[in-house]
Design a protein around this ligand. Structure first.
Ligand code: ATP
Length: 375
Protein backbone atom coordinates (compact mmCIF):
# COMPACT_ATOMS: atom_id res chain seq x y z
CA UNK A 1 0.00 0.00 0.00
CA UNK A 2 1.41 3.42 -0.82
CA UNK A 3 2.59 4.97 2.41
CA UNK A 4 1.98 8.60 1.86
CA UNK A 5 -0.13 9.31 4.92
CA UNK A 6 1.06 10.13 8.40
CA UNK A 7 -2.24 10.12 10.20
CA UNK A 8 -2.15 10.11 13.96
CA UNK A 9 -4.54 7.16 14.01
CA UNK A 10 -6.87 7.85 16.91
CA UNK A 11 -6.36 9.96 20.00
CA UNK A 12 -6.67 13.72 19.75
CA UNK A 13 -3.60 15.90 20.08
CA UNK A 14 -3.25 17.31 23.56
CA UNK A 15 -0.11 19.34 23.11
CA UNK A 16 0.42 21.52 20.05
CA UNK A 17 3.61 23.48 19.58
CA UNK A 18 4.31 25.63 16.56
CA UNK A 19 6.97 28.25 17.03
CA UNK A 20 10.17 29.88 15.84
CA UNK A 21 13.18 30.41 18.06
CA UNK A 22 16.61 31.72 17.06
CA UNK A 23 19.64 31.11 19.31
CA UNK A 24 22.81 32.56 17.84
CA UNK A 25 22.99 31.23 14.30
CA UNK A 26 20.70 28.29 15.07
CA UNK A 27 17.05 28.62 14.08
CA UNK A 28 14.42 26.26 15.42
CA UNK A 29 11.22 26.22 13.39
CA UNK A 30 9.11 23.72 15.15
CA UNK A 31 5.80 22.12 14.39
CA UNK A 32 4.97 19.32 16.77
CA UNK A 33 1.83 17.72 18.19
CA UNK A 34 1.58 15.08 20.89
CA UNK A 35 -1.28 12.86 21.99
CA UNK A 36 -1.52 10.45 24.95
CA UNK A 37 1.36 7.98 24.77
CA UNK A 38 5.07 8.45 24.17
CA UNK A 39 6.15 10.77 21.37
CA UNK A 40 9.86 10.35 20.82
CA UNK A 41 11.67 13.40 19.53
CA UNK A 42 14.62 11.85 17.73
CA UNK A 43 17.48 13.64 16.03
CA UNK A 44 21.25 13.98 15.81
CA UNK A 45 23.32 16.06 18.19
CA UNK A 46 22.62 19.76 17.73
CA UNK A 47 19.32 19.26 15.88
CA UNK A 48 17.43 21.27 18.51
CA UNK A 49 15.86 18.58 20.70
CA UNK A 50 16.76 20.11 24.05
CA UNK A 51 15.87 23.59 22.89
CA UNK A 52 12.46 22.30 21.81
CA UNK A 53 11.73 20.80 25.23
CA UNK A 54 13.01 23.85 27.06
CA UNK A 55 10.80 26.09 24.96
CA UNK A 56 7.72 23.94 25.57
CA UNK A 57 8.54 23.84 29.30
CA UNK A 58 8.80 27.63 29.35
CA UNK A 59 12.49 27.85 30.24
CA UNK A 60 13.27 29.70 27.03
CA UNK A 61 10.90 31.92 25.08
CA UNK A 62 10.25 31.52 21.33
CA UNK A 63 10.38 34.61 19.09
CA UNK A 64 7.04 33.78 17.51
CA UNK A 65 4.34 31.14 17.59
CA UNK A 66 2.03 29.29 19.94
CA UNK A 67 2.14 26.39 22.39
CA UNK A 68 -1.20 25.04 23.61
CA UNK A 69 -2.57 22.27 25.78
CA UNK A 70 -6.08 21.09 24.95
CA UNK A 71 -6.46 24.21 22.84
CA UNK A 72 -5.54 26.61 25.66
CA UNK A 73 -2.36 28.62 25.04
CA UNK A 74 0.50 28.45 27.54
CA UNK A 75 2.47 30.58 25.10
CA UNK A 76 1.15 32.80 22.36
CA UNK A 77 3.44 35.52 21.14
CA UNK A 78 0.79 37.40 19.19
CA UNK A 79 -1.65 37.37 22.12
CA UNK A 80 1.07 38.26 24.65
CA UNK A 81 0.59 35.02 26.63
CA UNK A 82 3.56 33.40 28.36
CA UNK A 83 2.60 31.21 31.31
CA UNK A 84 5.61 30.71 33.66
CA UNK A 85 7.11 27.19 33.73
CA UNK A 86 5.70 26.13 37.12
CA UNK A 87 2.17 27.08 36.03
CA UNK A 88 2.20 25.22 32.71
CA UNK A 89 1.33 21.92 34.35
CA UNK A 90 4.24 20.05 32.77
CA UNK A 91 6.63 17.65 34.49
CA UNK A 92 10.22 17.98 33.28
CA UNK A 93 13.32 15.85 33.78
CA UNK A 94 16.67 16.32 32.07
CA UNK A 95 19.81 14.28 31.50
CA UNK A 96 21.20 14.98 34.92
CA UNK A 97 18.72 14.96 37.78
CA UNK A 98 18.28 18.45 39.21
CA UNK A 99 17.30 17.66 42.79
CA UNK A 100 17.34 19.77 45.94
CA UNK A 101 20.53 18.61 47.67
CA UNK A 102 19.48 19.74 51.15
CA UNK A 103 16.24 17.74 51.03
CA UNK A 104 15.68 14.03 51.52
CA UNK A 105 14.43 11.67 48.82
CA UNK A 106 10.88 11.87 50.21
CA UNK A 107 10.97 15.67 50.47
CA UNK A 108 12.22 15.95 46.89
CA UNK A 109 9.40 13.79 45.53
CA UNK A 110 6.81 15.60 47.70
CA UNK A 111 8.07 19.04 46.64
CA UNK A 112 5.43 19.65 44.00
CA UNK A 113 2.65 18.58 46.37
CA UNK A 114 2.92 21.43 48.85
CA UNK A 115 -0.66 22.53 48.12
CA UNK A 116 -2.08 19.08 48.86
CA UNK A 117 -3.31 17.87 52.25
CA UNK A 118 -0.68 16.09 54.29
CA UNK A 119 -2.46 12.73 53.97
CA UNK A 120 -2.72 13.12 50.24
CA UNK A 121 0.90 14.14 49.91
CA UNK A 122 2.10 11.19 51.96
CA UNK A 123 -0.02 8.70 50.02
CA UNK A 124 1.06 9.95 46.57
CA UNK A 125 4.71 10.17 47.60
CA UNK A 126 4.80 6.70 49.17
CA UNK A 127 3.11 5.14 46.14
CA UNK A 128 5.60 6.73 43.74
CA UNK A 129 8.61 5.85 45.90
CA UNK A 130 7.48 2.22 45.92
CA UNK A 131 6.83 2.28 42.18
CA UNK A 132 10.31 3.60 41.47
CA UNK A 133 11.98 1.08 43.77
CA UNK A 134 12.94 3.78 46.26
CA UNK A 135 11.19 2.40 49.35
CA UNK A 136 13.78 2.35 52.11
CA UNK A 137 15.57 5.40 50.69
CA UNK A 138 12.99 7.96 51.86
CA UNK A 139 15.16 9.63 54.46
CA UNK A 140 18.41 9.61 52.47
CA UNK A 141 19.89 12.92 51.35
CA UNK A 142 19.92 12.93 47.57
CA UNK A 143 23.67 13.66 47.50
CA UNK A 144 24.34 10.13 48.75
CA UNK A 145 22.42 8.44 45.93
CA UNK A 146 23.83 6.69 42.88
CA UNK A 147 23.14 8.21 39.45
CA UNK A 148 20.37 5.72 38.75
CA UNK A 149 18.70 6.29 42.12
CA UNK A 150 18.87 10.06 41.71
CA UNK A 151 17.33 9.83 38.23
CA UNK A 152 14.49 7.71 39.63
CA UNK A 153 13.87 10.39 42.27
CA UNK A 154 13.79 13.03 39.53
CA UNK A 155 11.25 11.05 37.51
CA UNK A 156 9.09 10.37 40.57
CA UNK A 157 9.20 14.08 41.39
CA UNK A 158 8.19 15.05 37.86
CA UNK A 159 5.20 12.72 38.09
CA UNK A 160 4.12 13.50 41.67
CA UNK A 161 1.92 16.56 41.03
CA UNK A 162 -0.20 14.47 38.67
CA UNK A 163 0.90 16.37 35.57
CA UNK A 164 -0.53 14.95 32.41
CA UNK A 165 2.27 16.22 30.18
CA UNK A 166 5.82 15.01 30.84
CA UNK A 167 8.85 16.44 29.04
CA UNK A 168 11.85 14.13 29.33
CA UNK A 169 15.23 15.10 27.89
CA UNK A 170 17.41 11.98 27.54
CA UNK A 171 16.63 11.03 31.14
CA UNK A 172 18.35 7.63 30.90
CA UNK A 173 21.51 8.66 29.09
CA UNK A 174 23.79 8.41 32.13
CA UNK A 175 22.48 5.01 33.24
CA UNK A 176 23.64 1.50 32.42
CA UNK A 177 21.63 -0.66 30.04
CA UNK A 178 19.97 -2.89 32.67
CA UNK A 179 18.66 0.12 34.57
CA UNK A 180 17.56 1.78 31.34
CA UNK A 181 15.51 -1.28 30.47
CA UNK A 182 13.75 -1.25 33.84
CA UNK A 183 13.00 2.46 33.64
CA UNK A 184 11.77 2.25 30.05
CA UNK A 185 9.35 -0.51 31.05
CA UNK A 186 8.17 1.54 34.04
CA UNK A 187 7.70 4.63 31.90
CA UNK A 188 5.70 2.63 29.35
CA UNK A 189 3.44 1.25 32.12
CA UNK A 190 2.91 4.68 33.66
CA UNK A 191 2.13 6.23 30.27
CA UNK A 192 -0.64 3.66 29.68
CA UNK A 193 -2.08 3.70 33.21
CA UNK A 194 -2.19 7.47 33.54
CA UNK A 195 -2.76 8.33 29.89
CA UNK A 196 0.26 10.58 30.06
CA UNK A 197 1.36 12.73 27.16
CA UNK A 198 5.12 12.20 27.13
CA UNK A 199 7.64 13.88 24.87
CA UNK A 200 10.83 11.89 25.18
CA UNK A 201 14.04 13.21 23.65
CA UNK A 202 16.73 10.81 22.57
CA UNK A 203 19.46 10.43 19.95
CA UNK A 204 19.59 6.68 20.60
CA UNK A 205 17.85 4.83 17.79
CA UNK A 206 17.22 1.67 19.80
CA UNK A 207 15.71 3.67 22.63
CA UNK A 208 13.53 5.54 20.13
CA UNK A 209 12.29 2.27 18.73
CA UNK A 210 11.67 0.72 22.12
CA UNK A 211 9.73 3.64 23.57
CA UNK A 212 7.95 5.45 20.78
CA UNK A 213 4.27 5.24 20.02
CA UNK A 214 4.86 8.15 17.72
CA UNK A 215 8.13 9.39 16.33
CA UNK A 216 9.14 12.90 15.29
CA UNK A 217 12.46 13.15 13.43
CA UNK A 218 14.20 16.46 14.02
CA UNK A 219 17.11 17.73 11.91
CA UNK A 220 18.59 21.20 11.66
CA UNK A 221 15.83 22.72 13.79
CA UNK A 222 12.92 21.27 11.79
CA UNK A 223 10.68 18.24 12.14
CA UNK A 224 11.35 16.32 8.92
CA UNK A 225 8.69 13.70 9.56
CA UNK A 226 6.30 12.72 12.34
CA UNK A 227 3.85 9.87 12.69
CA UNK A 228 3.21 6.47 14.24
CA UNK A 229 6.57 4.81 14.92
CA UNK A 230 6.29 1.91 12.48
CA UNK A 231 4.98 4.11 9.67
CA UNK A 232 7.97 6.44 9.99
CA UNK A 233 10.50 3.59 10.14
CA UNK A 234 8.87 1.72 7.26
CA UNK A 235 8.17 4.70 5.02
CA UNK A 236 10.60 7.57 5.58
CA UNK A 237 9.70 10.64 3.57
CA UNK A 238 13.19 11.07 2.11
CA UNK A 239 16.77 9.81 2.15
CA UNK A 240 17.81 12.07 5.02
CA UNK A 241 15.08 10.70 7.30
CA UNK A 242 15.89 7.14 6.19
CA UNK A 243 19.57 7.60 6.99
CA UNK A 244 18.89 9.27 10.34
CA UNK A 245 16.78 6.21 11.14
CA UNK A 246 19.69 3.91 10.39
CA UNK A 247 18.80 2.80 6.85
CA UNK A 248 21.82 1.29 5.08
CA UNK A 249 20.29 0.31 1.72
CA UNK A 250 19.25 3.52 0.00
CA UNK A 251 19.99 3.74 -3.72
CA UNK A 252 19.12 6.23 -6.48
CA UNK A 253 16.65 5.26 -9.20
CA UNK A 254 14.26 6.71 -11.78
CA UNK A 255 10.52 6.03 -11.96
CA UNK A 256 9.46 4.22 -15.16
CA UNK A 257 5.72 3.87 -14.55
CA UNK A 258 3.22 3.67 -11.73
CA UNK A 259 -0.33 2.53 -11.08
CA UNK A 260 -2.40 2.54 -7.89
CA UNK A 261 -0.51 -0.21 -6.10
CA UNK A 262 2.84 -0.67 -7.81
CA UNK A 263 5.67 1.41 -9.12
CA UNK A 264 8.36 0.28 -11.57
CA UNK A 265 11.76 1.91 -11.39
CA UNK A 266 15.20 1.50 -12.90
CA UNK A 267 18.41 1.65 -10.89
CA UNK A 268 21.29 1.83 -13.31
CA UNK A 269 19.51 -0.48 -15.73
CA UNK A 270 18.13 -2.91 -13.14
CA UNK A 271 14.34 -2.81 -13.12
CA UNK A 272 12.52 -3.20 -9.83
CA UNK A 273 8.94 -3.24 -8.64
CA UNK A 274 7.98 -1.40 -5.44
CA UNK A 275 4.71 -1.36 -3.50
CA UNK A 276 5.39 1.49 -1.04
CA UNK A 277 6.21 5.14 -1.66
CA UNK A 278 6.11 8.61 -0.16
CA UNK A 279 4.73 11.61 -2.01
CA UNK A 280 3.45 11.34 -5.56
CA UNK A 281 6.25 9.98 -7.76
CA UNK A 282 5.70 10.33 -11.52
CA UNK A 283 7.41 8.68 -14.53
CA UNK A 284 10.88 10.12 -15.16
CA UNK A 285 11.24 11.38 -11.59
CA UNK A 286 14.50 10.88 -9.71
CA UNK A 287 13.87 8.87 -6.53
CA UNK A 288 15.70 7.06 -3.76
CA UNK A 289 14.75 3.48 -2.98
CA UNK A 290 15.14 1.85 0.40
CA UNK A 291 15.04 -1.72 1.66
CA UNK A 292 15.91 -2.84 5.18
CA UNK A 293 18.86 -5.30 5.31
CA UNK A 294 16.84 -7.96 7.12
CA UNK A 295 14.10 -7.89 4.44
CA UNK A 296 16.31 -8.97 1.54
CA UNK A 297 15.86 -12.69 0.77
CA UNK A 298 18.80 -14.85 -0.32
CA UNK A 299 17.76 -17.54 -2.82
CA UNK A 300 19.47 -20.42 -4.58
CA UNK A 301 16.93 -20.52 -7.43
CA UNK A 302 15.70 -17.43 -9.28
CA UNK A 303 12.71 -15.64 -7.72
CA UNK A 304 9.94 -14.46 -10.03
CA UNK A 305 10.15 -10.79 -9.11
CA UNK A 306 12.94 -8.35 -8.28
CA UNK A 307 15.73 -10.88 -8.72
CA UNK A 308 19.26 -9.52 -8.40
CA UNK A 309 22.19 -11.89 -9.01
CA UNK A 310 24.96 -10.76 -6.67
CA UNK A 311 27.99 -12.02 -4.75
CA UNK A 312 29.24 -11.48 -1.23
CA UNK A 313 32.27 -9.19 -1.12
CA UNK A 314 32.48 -8.51 2.65
CA UNK A 315 31.12 -10.16 5.70
CA UNK A 316 30.84 -9.18 9.36
CA UNK A 317 30.08 -11.56 12.21
CA UNK A 318 28.06 -9.96 15.04
CA UNK A 319 27.57 -13.21 16.95
CA UNK A 320 23.81 -13.60 16.66
CA UNK A 321 23.71 -12.23 13.10
CA UNK A 322 25.86 -11.76 10.01
CA UNK A 323 26.02 -8.63 7.90
CA UNK A 324 26.80 -9.42 4.27
CA UNK A 325 27.82 -6.86 1.64
CA UNK A 326 26.72 -7.78 -1.88
CA UNK A 327 28.00 -6.54 -5.22
CA UNK A 328 25.62 -7.08 -8.18
CA UNK A 329 26.87 -9.34 -11.00
CA UNK A 330 25.45 -6.92 -13.57
CA UNK A 331 23.38 -3.75 -13.29
CA UNK A 332 21.75 -2.91 -9.97
CA UNK A 333 22.42 -1.58 -6.50
CA UNK A 334 24.99 -2.76 -3.98
CA UNK A 335 23.14 -4.11 -0.99
CA UNK A 336 23.74 -4.99 2.63
CA UNK A 337 21.91 -8.06 3.92
CA UNK A 338 21.48 -9.05 7.53
CA UNK A 339 20.99 -12.70 8.29
CA UNK A 340 20.50 -14.41 11.65
CA UNK A 341 23.18 -16.98 12.52
CA UNK A 342 20.91 -19.99 12.15
CA UNK A 343 19.75 -19.34 8.56
CA UNK A 344 23.36 -18.44 7.79
CA UNK A 345 24.36 -21.97 8.80
CA UNK A 346 21.32 -23.67 7.26
CA UNK A 347 21.89 -21.94 3.91
CA UNK A 348 25.61 -22.72 4.17
CA UNK A 349 26.51 -19.15 3.27
CA UNK A 350 30.05 -19.79 4.49
CA UNK A 351 30.92 -21.87 1.45
CA UNK A 352 28.85 -20.10 -1.19
CA UNK A 353 29.42 -16.54 -2.32
CA UNK A 354 27.11 -16.19 -5.38
CA UNK A 355 23.39 -15.77 -4.73
CA UNK A 356 20.23 -14.47 -6.26
CA UNK A 357 18.78 -11.79 -4.03
CA UNK A 358 15.04 -11.25 -3.91
CA UNK A 359 13.76 -7.79 -2.99
CA UNK A 360 10.08 -8.24 -2.09
CA UNK A 361 8.11 -5.31 -3.61
CA UNK A 362 6.26 -4.64 -0.33
CA UNK A 363 9.64 -4.07 1.36
CA UNK A 364 10.91 -1.63 -1.24
CA UNK A 365 10.07 1.94 -0.32
CA UNK A 366 10.44 4.76 -2.86
CA UNK A 367 11.11 8.36 -1.79
CA UNK A 368 11.43 11.55 -3.82
CA UNK A 369 15.15 12.29 -4.35
CA UNK A 370 16.30 14.96 -1.89
CA UNK A 371 17.35 17.62 -4.37
CA UNK A 372 13.78 17.61 -5.68
CA UNK A 373 12.02 17.06 -2.37
CA UNK A 374 10.06 20.03 -1.09
CA UNK A 375 12.33 21.35 1.64
N1 ATP B 1 21.87 29.68 24.54
C1 ATP B 1 22.29 29.37 23.31
N2 ATP B 1 23.00 30.24 22.57
C2 ATP B 1 23.43 29.94 21.33
N3 ATP B 1 23.18 28.77 20.73
C3 ATP B 1 22.47 27.85 21.40
C4 ATP B 1 21.98 28.09 22.72
N4 ATP B 1 21.31 27.00 23.13
C5 ATP B 1 21.37 26.11 22.11
N5 ATP B 1 22.07 26.62 21.09
C6 ATP B 1 22.35 25.96 19.79
O1 ATP B 1 21.15 25.39 19.31
C7 ATP B 1 21.43 24.16 18.64
C8 ATP B 1 20.52 23.08 19.17
O2 ATP B 1 20.91 22.76 20.48
P1 ATP B 1 20.17 21.62 21.32
O3 ATP B 1 20.85 21.54 22.65
O4 ATP B 1 18.71 21.86 21.32
O5 ATP B 1 20.51 20.32 20.44
P2 ATP B 1 20.18 18.80 20.77
O6 ATP B 1 19.50 18.26 19.57
O7 ATP B 1 19.49 18.67 22.07
O8 ATP B 1 21.64 18.19 20.86
P3 ATP B 1 22.26 17.06 21.85
O9 ATP B 1 21.68 15.75 21.40
O10 ATP B 1 23.74 17.17 21.55
O11 ATP B 1 21.91 17.45 23.24
C9 ATP B 1 22.89 23.91 18.79
O12 ATP B 1 23.56 24.28 17.61
C10 ATP B 1 23.30 24.79 19.96
O13 ATP B 1 24.64 25.16 19.84
Amino acid sequence: MPSTQQSSGGAADVLEASFRLAKGTFVLELDLAAEPGITVLFGPSGSGKSLTLRAIAGMVEPDAGRIAVDGAAVFDRAAGISVPPHRRGFGYAGQRPALFPHLTVRQNVAFGLRDHSRADRDAVTSALLARFGLAGFEQRRVGSLSGGQAQRVALARALAPGHRVLLLDEPFSALDEALRQDLRALLNDLARERELVIIFVTHDLREAHLLADRLAVLDGGRVLQAGPRDAVFRAPSNRRVAELLGAVNVFPATVIRRDDSTLVFTAGGWEGLAASWSGDPVPGQAVDVMIRPERVVMRRGAPTVNALPARIVREFDYGNSRVLHFEPDGAGPRLVVELASRPYDVLDVRSRKSWTLELPPEDLHVMPALARAAR
